[in-house]
Design a protein around this ligand. Structure first.
Ligand code: SF4
Ligand code: SF4
Length: 450
Protein backbone atom coordinates (compact mmCIF):
# COMPACT_ATOMS: atom_id res chain seq x y z
CA UNK A 1 0.00 0.00 0.00
CA UNK A 2 1.31 3.44 -0.95
CA UNK A 3 2.13 5.64 2.01
CA UNK A 4 0.60 9.16 1.97
CA UNK A 5 3.49 11.62 2.31
CA UNK A 6 3.46 15.17 3.57
CA UNK A 7 5.14 18.03 1.66
CA UNK A 8 8.88 17.65 1.86
CA UNK A 9 8.63 13.94 2.62
CA UNK A 10 8.81 12.82 -1.00
CA UNK A 11 11.55 12.32 -3.54
CA UNK A 12 15.00 10.93 -2.98
CA UNK A 13 15.94 13.12 -0.03
CA UNK A 14 17.14 11.18 2.94
CA UNK A 15 15.51 12.98 5.90
CA UNK A 16 17.71 13.55 8.91
CA UNK A 17 16.28 12.94 12.37
CA UNK A 18 19.06 13.99 14.74
CA UNK A 19 18.78 12.61 18.23
CA UNK A 20 19.09 15.18 21.01
CA UNK A 21 22.37 15.14 22.92
CA UNK A 22 23.91 16.84 25.95
CA UNK A 23 27.57 17.22 26.78
CA UNK A 24 30.55 19.52 27.16
CA UNK A 25 30.41 21.02 23.66
CA UNK A 26 26.63 21.35 23.69
CA UNK A 27 26.97 23.41 26.89
CA UNK A 28 29.84 25.45 25.44
CA UNK A 29 27.89 26.21 22.30
CA UNK A 30 25.01 27.60 24.36
CA UNK A 31 27.26 30.57 25.20
CA UNK A 32 27.96 31.43 21.55
CA UNK A 33 24.26 30.91 20.78
CA UNK A 34 23.48 33.39 23.55
CA UNK A 35 25.75 35.95 21.82
CA UNK A 36 23.65 35.91 18.63
CA UNK A 37 20.41 36.09 20.60
CA UNK A 38 21.68 39.11 22.55
CA UNK A 39 22.74 40.80 19.29
CA UNK A 40 19.30 40.25 17.75
CA UNK A 41 16.87 40.52 20.64
CA UNK A 42 18.58 42.84 23.14
CA UNK A 43 21.01 45.13 21.28
CA UNK A 44 18.34 46.90 19.14
CA UNK A 45 16.55 47.96 22.36
CA UNK A 46 19.62 49.52 24.02
CA UNK A 47 20.30 53.22 23.58
CA UNK A 48 23.41 55.27 24.31
CA UNK A 49 22.85 59.01 24.77
CA UNK A 50 19.48 58.61 23.06
CA UNK A 51 20.93 56.70 20.08
CA UNK A 52 20.39 53.03 19.31
CA UNK A 53 23.33 50.81 20.21
CA UNK A 54 23.03 49.43 16.70
CA UNK A 55 20.81 50.60 13.85
CA UNK A 56 21.40 50.35 10.11
CA UNK A 57 19.20 53.23 8.97
CA UNK A 58 19.14 52.68 5.20
CA UNK A 59 16.54 55.38 4.27
CA UNK A 60 18.67 58.07 5.96
CA UNK A 61 21.93 56.39 4.91
CA UNK A 62 23.23 56.27 8.48
CA UNK A 63 24.57 53.61 10.78
CA UNK A 64 24.35 54.02 14.55
CA UNK A 65 26.92 51.95 16.39
CA UNK A 66 27.89 52.17 20.06
CA UNK A 67 26.57 55.73 20.26
CA UNK A 68 28.42 57.00 17.17
CA UNK A 69 26.78 57.97 13.89
CA UNK A 70 28.36 56.88 10.61
CA UNK A 71 27.37 58.37 7.24
CA UNK A 72 28.47 57.64 3.64
CA UNK A 73 31.50 59.86 4.33
CA UNK A 74 32.65 57.13 6.75
CA UNK A 75 32.59 54.38 4.12
CA UNK A 76 36.21 53.58 4.97
CA UNK A 77 34.99 52.11 8.29
CA UNK A 78 32.58 49.83 6.45
CA UNK A 79 35.40 48.68 4.18
CA UNK A 80 37.62 48.02 7.21
CA UNK A 81 34.82 46.16 8.98
CA UNK A 82 34.12 43.92 5.99
CA UNK A 83 37.82 43.18 5.54
CA UNK A 84 38.10 42.46 9.26
CA UNK A 85 35.18 40.03 9.17
CA UNK A 86 36.54 38.28 6.07
CA UNK A 87 40.05 37.86 7.49
CA UNK A 88 38.64 36.81 10.89
CA UNK A 89 36.79 34.03 9.09
CA UNK A 90 40.00 33.02 7.28
CA UNK A 91 42.01 33.21 10.52
CA UNK A 92 39.65 31.16 12.67
CA UNK A 93 39.00 28.65 9.88
CA UNK A 94 42.77 28.11 9.50
CA UNK A 95 43.03 27.33 13.23
CA UNK A 96 39.69 25.72 14.14
CA UNK A 97 38.11 24.72 10.81
CA UNK A 98 34.40 25.50 10.36
CA UNK A 99 33.97 26.83 13.87
CA UNK A 100 31.64 29.51 12.48
CA UNK A 101 29.22 26.88 11.12
CA UNK A 102 29.00 24.85 14.30
CA UNK A 103 29.07 27.64 16.87
CA UNK A 104 27.78 30.89 15.40
CA UNK A 105 25.98 30.51 12.06
CA UNK A 106 22.37 31.75 12.51
CA UNK A 107 21.01 28.64 10.79
CA UNK A 108 22.77 26.37 13.31
CA UNK A 109 21.95 28.62 16.26
CA UNK A 110 18.22 28.82 15.54
CA UNK A 111 17.85 25.18 14.58
CA UNK A 112 19.57 24.06 17.78
CA UNK A 113 18.08 26.64 20.12
CA UNK A 114 14.47 26.67 18.95
CA UNK A 115 13.54 24.29 16.19
CA UNK A 116 14.90 20.93 17.33
CA UNK A 117 13.69 21.29 20.95
CA UNK A 118 10.24 22.40 19.75
CA UNK A 119 10.11 19.59 17.21
CA UNK A 120 10.98 17.06 19.89
CA UNK A 121 8.38 18.55 22.24
CA UNK A 122 5.60 18.32 19.64
CA UNK A 123 6.53 15.21 17.67
CA UNK A 124 8.58 13.21 20.13
CA UNK A 125 12.11 11.88 19.91
CA UNK A 126 13.99 10.70 16.82
CA UNK A 127 12.46 7.23 16.83
CA UNK A 128 8.89 8.48 17.19
CA UNK A 129 9.37 11.12 14.48
CA UNK A 130 10.91 8.64 12.08
CA UNK A 131 8.21 6.06 12.67
CA UNK A 132 5.39 8.59 12.25
CA UNK A 133 6.84 10.02 9.03
CA UNK A 134 7.18 6.52 7.62
CA UNK A 135 3.49 5.67 7.85
CA UNK A 136 0.35 7.08 6.26
CA UNK A 137 -1.49 10.24 7.23
CA UNK A 138 -3.48 10.01 10.44
CA UNK A 139 -5.32 12.46 12.66
CA UNK A 140 -2.50 12.34 15.22
CA UNK A 141 0.16 12.95 12.58
CA UNK A 142 -1.78 15.80 10.92
CA UNK A 143 -2.46 17.66 14.16
CA UNK A 144 1.17 17.37 15.28
CA UNK A 145 2.45 18.60 11.90
CA UNK A 146 0.03 21.55 11.92
CA UNK A 147 1.01 22.40 15.51
CA UNK A 148 4.71 22.15 14.63
CA UNK A 149 4.47 24.30 11.51
CA UNK A 150 2.37 26.88 13.40
CA UNK A 151 5.04 27.12 16.09
CA UNK A 152 7.78 27.29 13.43
CA UNK A 153 5.85 30.12 11.74
CA UNK A 154 5.67 31.99 15.05
CA UNK A 155 9.43 31.53 15.57
CA UNK A 156 10.10 32.66 11.97
CA UNK A 157 8.02 35.81 12.50
CA UNK A 158 9.82 36.48 15.77
CA UNK A 159 13.18 36.16 14.00
CA UNK A 160 11.91 38.31 11.13
CA UNK A 161 10.98 41.04 13.61
CA UNK A 162 14.31 40.73 15.44
CA UNK A 163 16.33 40.96 12.22
CA UNK A 164 14.31 43.89 10.87
CA UNK A 165 14.77 45.67 14.22
CA UNK A 166 18.39 46.17 13.22
CA UNK A 167 17.21 48.22 10.22
CA UNK A 168 13.96 49.82 11.38
CA UNK A 169 14.58 50.24 15.12
CA UNK A 170 13.10 47.92 17.73
CA UNK A 171 10.62 50.36 19.30
CA UNK A 172 8.92 51.62 16.11
CA UNK A 173 8.79 48.09 14.71
CA UNK A 174 7.34 46.37 17.76
CA UNK A 175 4.85 49.20 18.44
CA UNK A 176 3.49 49.14 14.88
CA UNK A 177 4.96 52.52 13.93
CA UNK A 178 7.52 51.39 11.36
CA UNK A 179 7.05 51.78 7.61
CA UNK A 180 5.21 49.27 5.43
CA UNK A 181 8.54 48.43 3.79
CA UNK A 182 9.89 47.38 7.19
CA UNK A 183 6.97 44.98 7.75
CA UNK A 184 7.44 43.66 4.21
CA UNK A 185 11.02 42.81 5.21
CA UNK A 186 9.71 41.05 8.33
CA UNK A 187 7.62 38.92 5.97
CA UNK A 188 10.61 38.19 3.68
CA UNK A 189 12.87 37.19 6.58
CA UNK A 190 10.08 35.12 8.17
CA UNK A 191 9.35 33.33 4.87
CA UNK A 192 13.05 32.49 4.51
CA UNK A 193 13.25 31.03 8.00
CA UNK A 194 9.97 29.16 7.71
CA UNK A 195 11.09 27.39 4.51
CA UNK A 196 14.46 26.66 6.08
CA UNK A 197 13.01 25.27 9.32
CA UNK A 198 10.26 23.18 7.76
CA UNK A 199 12.10 21.82 4.74
CA UNK A 200 15.53 23.06 3.71
CA UNK A 201 17.64 22.71 6.88
CA UNK A 202 20.94 20.88 6.29
CA UNK A 203 20.52 21.24 2.52
CA UNK A 204 21.38 24.92 2.94
CA UNK A 205 24.86 24.01 4.20
CA UNK A 206 25.33 21.32 1.57
CA UNK A 207 24.00 23.02 -1.57
CA UNK A 208 23.79 26.77 -1.00
CA UNK A 209 26.35 28.01 1.49
CA UNK A 210 29.50 29.14 -0.39
CA UNK A 211 31.65 28.83 2.74
CA UNK A 212 31.52 25.03 2.62
CA UNK A 213 32.90 25.15 -0.93
CA UNK A 214 36.02 27.19 -0.23
CA UNK A 215 36.80 25.98 3.30
CA UNK A 216 39.33 23.44 2.00
CA UNK A 217 41.34 26.34 0.59
CA UNK A 218 41.44 27.90 4.06
CA UNK A 219 42.57 24.90 6.05
CA UNK A 220 45.82 22.94 6.11
CA UNK A 221 47.21 19.82 7.76
CA UNK A 222 47.50 21.63 11.10
CA UNK A 223 43.92 22.89 11.26
CA UNK A 224 41.93 21.46 14.16
CA UNK A 225 39.04 19.44 12.77
CA UNK A 226 36.57 17.06 14.35
CA UNK A 227 37.62 13.58 13.35
CA UNK A 228 37.40 9.94 14.34
CA UNK A 229 40.43 8.23 15.86
CA UNK A 230 40.79 5.40 13.33
CA UNK A 231 43.92 4.01 14.97
CA UNK A 232 42.22 3.44 18.31
CA UNK A 233 38.67 2.88 17.07
CA UNK A 234 39.21 0.21 14.40
CA UNK A 235 38.39 -2.54 13.97
CA UNK A 236 35.04 -1.67 15.46
CA UNK A 237 32.78 -4.17 17.18
CA UNK A 238 30.39 -4.48 20.13
CA UNK A 239 33.11 -5.89 22.43
CA UNK A 240 35.72 -3.18 21.82
CA UNK A 241 34.52 -0.75 24.53
CA UNK A 242 36.80 -1.80 27.43
CA UNK A 243 39.95 -1.41 25.31
CA UNK A 244 38.84 1.96 23.95
CA UNK A 245 37.72 0.86 20.47
CA UNK A 246 34.50 1.75 18.64
CA UNK A 247 31.56 -0.38 19.74
CA UNK A 248 29.66 0.48 16.55
CA UNK A 249 26.75 1.94 18.53
CA UNK A 250 26.22 4.62 15.82
CA UNK A 251 25.40 7.24 18.43
CA UNK A 252 27.78 9.68 16.72
CA UNK A 253 25.79 9.12 13.52
CA UNK A 254 22.26 9.47 14.89
CA UNK A 255 22.99 12.79 16.61
CA UNK A 256 24.54 14.31 13.47
CA UNK A 257 22.33 17.10 12.06
CA UNK A 258 23.99 16.67 8.66
CA UNK A 259 23.23 12.98 8.44
CA UNK A 260 26.85 11.87 8.00
CA UNK A 261 29.05 9.27 9.61
CA UNK A 262 32.18 10.97 10.94
CA UNK A 263 33.92 7.57 11.04
CA UNK A 264 34.13 7.71 7.24
CA UNK A 265 36.65 10.55 7.43
CA UNK A 266 36.47 14.27 6.61
CA UNK A 267 33.34 15.24 4.69
CA UNK A 268 32.38 18.61 3.24
CA UNK A 269 28.91 18.32 4.79
CA UNK A 270 30.35 18.37 8.32
CA UNK A 271 29.60 21.69 10.06
CA UNK A 272 31.94 20.92 12.99
CA UNK A 273 29.13 21.19 15.50
CA UNK A 274 30.79 18.69 17.89
CA UNK A 275 27.53 16.87 18.66
CA UNK A 276 29.28 13.63 17.67
CA UNK A 277 32.02 14.33 20.24
CA UNK A 278 29.42 14.66 22.99
CA UNK A 279 27.71 11.51 21.72
CA UNK A 280 30.87 9.40 21.68
CA UNK A 281 31.99 10.85 25.01
CA UNK A 282 28.71 9.75 26.59
CA UNK A 283 29.32 6.24 25.23
CA UNK A 284 33.03 5.82 25.93
CA UNK A 285 32.81 7.33 29.43
CA UNK A 286 30.90 4.18 30.40
CA UNK A 287 34.12 2.26 29.73
CA UNK A 288 36.34 4.91 31.33
CA UNK A 289 37.82 5.55 27.90
CA UNK A 290 38.33 8.85 26.09
CA UNK A 291 36.06 9.77 23.21
CA UNK A 292 36.95 8.42 19.79
CA UNK A 293 35.61 11.51 18.06
CA UNK A 294 37.65 14.55 18.98
CA UNK A 295 39.33 17.73 17.76
CA UNK A 296 42.53 16.77 16.02
CA UNK A 297 44.56 17.59 12.91
CA UNK A 298 46.12 15.59 10.13
CA UNK A 299 49.52 16.62 11.51
CA UNK A 300 48.73 15.34 15.02
CA UNK A 301 47.38 12.07 13.61
CA UNK A 302 50.71 11.73 11.75
CA UNK A 303 52.61 12.32 15.01
CA UNK A 304 53.65 15.89 14.15
CA UNK A 305 52.87 19.01 16.25
CA UNK A 306 50.14 21.52 15.42
CA UNK A 307 51.65 25.00 15.42
CA UNK A 308 49.32 27.93 16.19
CA UNK A 309 51.92 30.26 14.60
CA UNK A 310 52.48 29.13 11.03
CA UNK A 311 52.77 31.19 7.83
CA UNK A 312 49.05 31.11 7.06
CA UNK A 313 47.87 32.11 10.55
CA UNK A 314 50.61 34.73 10.89
CA UNK A 315 49.63 36.41 7.59
CA UNK A 316 45.94 36.47 8.58
CA UNK A 317 46.82 37.58 12.13
CA UNK A 318 49.09 40.34 10.78
CA UNK A 319 46.35 41.59 8.46
CA UNK A 320 43.82 41.59 11.31
CA UNK A 321 46.22 43.56 13.52
CA UNK A 322 46.86 46.07 10.72
CA UNK A 323 43.15 46.52 10.04
CA UNK A 324 42.44 46.98 13.76
CA UNK A 325 45.24 49.55 14.11
CA UNK A 326 43.99 51.45 11.03
CA UNK A 327 40.43 51.51 12.41
CA UNK A 328 41.64 52.77 15.82
CA UNK A 329 43.76 55.54 14.24
CA UNK A 330 40.88 56.64 12.01
CA UNK A 331 38.38 56.51 14.89
CA UNK A 332 40.59 58.60 17.16
CA UNK A 333 41.02 61.26 14.44
CA UNK A 334 37.38 61.11 13.36
CA UNK A 335 35.63 64.50 13.25
CA UNK A 336 32.04 64.34 14.61
CA UNK A 337 30.62 66.46 11.80
CA UNK A 338 30.64 66.59 8.03
CA UNK A 339 31.02 69.74 5.95
CA UNK A 340 31.26 70.74 2.33
CA UNK A 341 31.69 74.11 0.64
CA UNK A 342 30.58 74.75 -2.95
CA UNK A 343 30.40 77.89 -5.01
CA UNK A 344 26.86 79.29 -5.11
CA UNK A 345 25.21 79.16 -8.54
CA UNK A 346 25.56 82.43 -10.49
CA UNK A 347 28.53 84.69 -11.16
CA UNK A 348 31.99 83.68 -9.98
CA UNK A 349 32.51 87.02 -8.22
CA UNK A 350 30.98 90.47 -7.87
CA UNK A 351 32.58 93.79 -6.99
CA UNK A 352 30.77 95.62 -4.18
CA UNK A 353 30.25 99.41 -4.08
CA UNK A 354 33.04 99.75 -1.49
CA UNK A 355 35.53 98.04 -3.89
CA UNK A 356 35.62 94.69 -2.10
CA UNK A 357 35.51 91.60 -4.30
CA UNK A 358 32.78 89.18 -3.16
CA UNK A 359 32.57 85.39 -3.61
CA UNK A 360 29.50 83.50 -2.40
CA UNK A 361 29.52 79.83 -1.42
CA UNK A 362 27.05 77.35 -0.01
CA UNK A 363 28.29 75.77 3.20
CA UNK A 364 26.68 72.50 4.34
CA UNK A 365 27.34 71.05 7.79
CA UNK A 366 25.94 67.78 9.21
CA UNK A 367 26.15 67.25 12.95
CA UNK A 368 27.16 63.66 13.79
CA UNK A 369 27.85 64.36 17.46
CA UNK A 370 25.70 62.00 19.58
CA UNK A 371 25.23 64.65 22.29
CA UNK A 372 21.63 65.85 22.74
CA UNK A 373 22.63 69.56 22.85
CA UNK A 374 22.91 71.40 19.52
CA UNK A 375 26.49 72.11 18.46
CA UNK A 376 27.66 75.64 17.53
CA UNK A 377 30.08 75.88 14.63
CA UNK A 378 32.49 78.74 13.88
CA UNK A 379 33.67 79.51 10.36
CA UNK A 380 36.95 81.26 9.48
CA UNK A 381 39.14 81.41 6.38
CA UNK A 382 42.92 80.92 6.10
CA UNK A 383 45.04 82.24 3.23
CA UNK A 384 43.04 85.35 2.35
CA UNK A 385 44.68 88.41 3.92
CA UNK A 386 42.06 90.94 5.14
CA UNK A 387 39.06 88.79 4.14
CA UNK A 388 35.68 89.53 5.72
CA UNK A 389 33.57 86.40 6.31
CA UNK A 390 29.80 86.51 6.76
CA UNK A 391 27.54 83.57 7.43
CA UNK A 392 24.39 82.73 9.43
CA UNK A 393 24.45 81.34 12.95
CA UNK A 394 25.30 77.65 12.85
CA UNK A 395 23.69 75.90 15.82
CA UNK A 396 22.80 72.44 14.56
CA UNK A 397 20.92 69.71 16.43
CA UNK A 398 22.28 66.15 16.36
CA UNK A 399 21.79 64.23 13.12
CA UNK A 400 20.59 67.47 11.45
CA UNK A 401 22.15 69.25 8.47
CA UNK A 402 22.19 72.96 7.67
CA UNK A 403 23.07 74.67 4.39
CA UNK A 404 23.83 78.39 4.65
CA UNK A 405 25.36 81.02 2.33
CA UNK A 406 28.99 81.79 3.12
CA UNK A 407 30.06 85.22 1.84
CA UNK A 408 33.78 86.02 1.61
CA UNK A 409 34.80 89.61 0.76
CA UNK A 410 38.37 90.60 -0.07
CA UNK A 411 39.77 94.17 -0.31
CA UNK A 412 40.57 95.09 -3.93
CA UNK A 413 44.24 95.52 -3.02
CA UNK A 414 44.48 91.88 -1.83
CA UNK A 415 42.60 90.49 -4.84
CA UNK A 416 45.76 90.46 -6.93
CA UNK A 417 45.35 87.16 -8.82
CA UNK A 418 42.56 85.67 -10.89
CA UNK A 419 42.31 82.58 -8.64
CA UNK A 420 43.46 82.58 -5.02
CA UNK A 421 43.47 79.24 -3.17
CA UNK A 422 42.37 79.42 0.46
CA UNK A 423 40.95 77.19 3.20
CA UNK A 424 37.63 77.33 5.01
CA UNK A 425 38.18 76.37 8.65
CA UNK A 426 35.11 74.99 10.46
CA UNK A 427 35.37 74.55 14.21
CA UNK A 428 33.13 72.73 16.63
CA UNK A 429 33.89 72.74 20.39
CA UNK A 430 35.76 69.43 19.98
CA UNK A 431 37.20 69.34 16.47
CA UNK A 432 37.92 71.27 13.32
CA UNK A 433 37.75 70.55 9.61
CA UNK A 434 39.70 72.29 6.83
CA UNK A 435 38.08 72.58 3.40
CA UNK A 436 40.32 73.84 0.56
CA UNK A 437 38.63 75.99 -2.10
CA UNK A 438 39.39 79.01 -4.30
CA UNK A 439 38.54 82.70 -4.40
CA UNK A 440 37.86 84.22 -7.84
CA UNK A 441 38.68 87.82 -8.82
CA UNK A 442 38.50 89.80 -12.07
CA UNK A 443 42.06 91.11 -11.95
CA UNK A 444 43.57 89.28 -14.87
CA UNK A 445 40.42 89.02 -16.93
CA UNK A 446 40.79 92.63 -17.97
CA UNK A 447 44.49 92.18 -18.64
CA UNK A 448 43.83 89.11 -20.80
CA UNK A 449 41.16 91.00 -22.77
CA UNK A 450 43.64 93.75 -23.72
S1 SF4 B 1 29.96 14.81 11.87
FE1 SF4 B 1 29.89 15.57 13.97
S2 SF4 B 1 30.69 17.66 13.87
FE2 SF4 B 1 30.20 17.01 11.76
S3 SF4 B 1 28.13 17.79 11.45
FE3 SF4 B 1 27.94 15.66 12.16
S4 SF4 B 1 27.71 15.83 14.39
FE4 SF4 B 1 28.46 17.80 13.66
S1 SF4 C 1 29.70 7.02 19.21
FE1 SF4 C 1 31.84 6.40 19.43
S2 SF4 C 1 31.67 4.23 19.88
FE2 SF4 C 1 29.69 4.81 19.08
S3 SF4 C 1 29.85 4.42 16.86
FE3 SF4 C 1 30.45 6.54 17.16
S4 SF4 C 1 32.68 6.42 17.35
FE4 SF4 C 1 31.91 4.35 17.69
Amino acid sequence: MAVARLPGMTGTREWVYPQSIQGTFTRLRRWTFLGLHLALFVAPWITIKGHPLVLIDLPHRRVHLMGAIFTPADTIFLVLLLLFLAFSLFFFTAIFGRIWCGYACPQTVFLESWIRPLEQWIEGDRTQRKRRDGVGLSWDKARRKVAKWSVFLAVSLLLGMAMTSLFAGARPLWTGQASLTSYAFVGIFAAFWFVDFTWFREQFCIYLCPYARFQSALTDDETLLISYDVERGEPRGPKRGPDGGCIACRKCVVVCPQGIDIRNGFQLECIQCARCIDACESVMSRFDQPTLVRYSSIAVDDGKPTRPFRPRTMVYGGLLTTLTAAAVVLLVGRVPFEASVNRAPGSLFTVDADGYVRNTYLLKITNKDPSATPVSYRVEVDGLEGAVVTTSALDIAREESATVPLIVRLPAAAADRRTIPFTVRIQSPSAELLLPTTFKTGVHVGAEDE
